[in-house]
Design a protein around this ligand. Structure first.
Ligand code: PEP
Ligand code: MG
Length: 547
């Protein structure tokens, strides 16, 4: 038995086989080859594997989103069978004597350019598809995707580290848990595990080698321990712990439908955080009273190209309708820092968390911003949507955002498209600048939502991604708590309601402190909703706080 100690991300207990995720380096640099026949055979094998993947994706997508949406995977299979495409690649390998990765990349680029220059809008749109299929083949040539999930029913994923976009590409229905040797508890992959209620331990320090593949592992998310190839005694102990967890869950079940109210009668809104509409079942199962943070950038992270206005509209509408009139706060695009996708073509930066991210991208690329705002406004006719802007640092930015919303509203009015004219507009308070300026900012918005993850990062000048700094990353630091207190006070003075949607909102040791500060809403990962409600119901604000 191998025992690893790490940091817990979600306090579940899970037992299952281990599967290793490998991050293969993708390179399309051209180099001369010795054996053209062998290189063509490599290409053909990668092409066939890609077609097999697409078949599986198609079948899964039909079940999940229906035939119409799944059709793209069929189109991609046909494109990979196209004679011109295959001939071009094989020609480059044989005539230019170059490796398959370079030949596929060059052909993909040339075909994409050809499609882009066509008159017909449908053909132009194929340019993204040809790049996508080429990327798939190149990925196969470079060692395949990080993990072929088709081999497993249910697995515990072991990795060195996982980027949010990598995590999103895995089939979450099959994931029992995560264990990573690196990674911080504040990372977006950790947040994703929490949203899904998947047991996860990060930062175990030990790299796992291929020989553990398929072995049984236990993740004890209560203590941050991972057991690989556990002995009988450990297995028995963990089964017992699992049963105790089930009993605790049963107790929390009793709190469904019960108000989140203190003993002295103050009601707090307990909302849930989600990344995409796939998380709606978790929101409803855990009886959240609304959605306090829809991280819309996950729609971008799971895509290989910009999601269209209609794709976004469908996602927002579906969420608003599923919540049946309860509030759904949708945050506009917060891409950048660790949340990156290739198609944004962001310049490499030494300091991406302080770089071109979130609202800065939207205010620089207004077309992109307007596409999202149109989708959001159109969806607001189908439920109670509120819009929230991330990473705000100034009143000027908020005014600019509102001006752009005004322009989008006008466009919709001219076209007679319905939207909610009363829709609330708010901002994340997640920079010290916003917290300091909260008195002025409150006059501009309907609500504040405090992003304690970034507020801690920027106040303490500590990279939230940096595992080595986890011991210094202290969201309980008095500087952070004072900024939160100020934000709540100033928000209320200016007539805005104030919530917390960072991970700190779920920290039960601070619930009473936040309630005493006067917070109106706490938005937490869905599995944290009922434990938070349970905690709120034990608090009596009429009594002096315990020292
Ligand atoms: C935060 O910063 O606290 C927050 C909620 O946003 P994210 O974690 O997505 O950066
Ligand atoms: Mg943030």
């Amino acid at each position: 038995m191998l025992t690893l100690k790490g940091k817990s991300v979600f306090p579940g207990i899970t037992i299952g086989p281990l599967a290793l995720f490998h991050r293969n380096t993708i390179s399309t640099a051209a180099h001369p080859i010795d054996d053209a026949d062998a290189e063509v055979a490599r290409f053909q094998k990668a092409r066939e594997e890609s077609i097999a993947q697409l078949k599986e994706l198609y079948n899964k997508a039909v079940d999940k989103v229906g035939e119409e949406q799944a059709a793209v995977f069929e189109v991609h299979q046909m494109m990979l069978d196209d004679d011109d495409y295959i001939e071009s690649i094989e020609g480059k390998i044989r005539n230019d004597n170059i490796n398959a990765e370079a030949a596929v990349n060059q052909t993909g680029q040339e075909f994409a350019e050809m499609f882009r220059s066509m008159e017909d809008a449908y053909m132009q749109a194929r340019s993204a598809d040809v790049l996508d299929i080429s990327h798939r083949v190149i990925q196969q040539l470079c060692g395949g995707p990080g993990l072929d999930m088709s081999k497993f029913d249910h697995v515990i994923i072991a990795a060195n580290d996982l980027a949010p976009s990598e995590t999103l590409q895995l089939d979450t229905d099959k994931i029992l848990g995560f264990v990573t040797s690196e990674g911080s508890t504040n990372s977006h992959t950790a947040i994703l595990a929490r949203t899904l209620g998947i047991a996860a331990v990060v930062s175990t320090g030990n790299l796992l080698h291929d020989d553990v593949e398929g072995m049984t592992a236990i993740i004890d998310g209560l203590t941050g321990t991972v057991y690989i190839n556990p002995d009988e005694a450990t297995l028995t102990l963990m089964w017992k712990k699992q049963q105790e967890e089930e009993i605790r869950k049963g107790r929390l079940e009793q709190l469904r439908g019960v108000p989140s109210q203190t003993l002295d009668g103050k009601t707090i809104k307990v909302y849930a955080n989600i990344g995409n509409p796939n998380n709606i079942p978790q929101v409803l199962d855990n009886d959240a009273e609304g959605i306090g943070l829809f991280r819309s950038e996950f729609l971008y992270l799971e895509n290989t190209d910009y999601p269209t206005e209609d794709q976004q509209f469908e996602a927002y509408k579906k969420t608003a309708e599923a919540l049946g009139g309860k509030t759904v706060v949708i945050r506009t695009l917060d891409i950048g820092a660790d949340k990156k996708v290739d198609y944004f073509k962001l310049d490499p930066e030494d300091n991406p968390a302080m770089g071109m991210r979130a609202i800065r991208i939207c205010l620089t690329r207004v077309d992109l911003f307007k596409t999202q705002l149109r989708a959001l406004l159109r969806a607001s006719a189908f439920g109670k949507i509120a819009i929230m802007f991330p990473m705000i640092i100034s009143v000027g930015e908020v005014k600019k955002c509102k001006e752009i919303i005004g322009e989008v509203r006008q466009e919709l009015d001219e076209k007679g498209i319905a939207y909610d004219h009363e829709m609330e507009i708010g901002i994340m308070v997640e920079t010290p600048a916003a917290a300091v300026m909260s008195d002025e900012l409150a006059k501009e918005v309907d609500f504040f939502s405090i992003g304690s993850n970034d507020l801690t990062q920027y106040t303490l000048a500590i990279d939230r991604q940096q595992t080595k700094l986890d011991d210094f990353f202290d969201p309980h630091h008095p500087a952070v708590l004072r900024l939160i207190q100020r934000t709540i006070e100033m928000g209320h003075k200016g007539g805005a309601w104030v919530g917390i949607c960072g991970e700190l909102g779920a920290d039960l040791t601070l619930t009473e402190t936040f309630l005493r500060m006067g917070v109106d809403e706490l938005s937490v990962s869905p599995p944290a909703v009922l434990p938070l409600r349970e905690k709120i119901r034990t608090i009596d604000l009429s009594k002096e706080p315990e020292a």
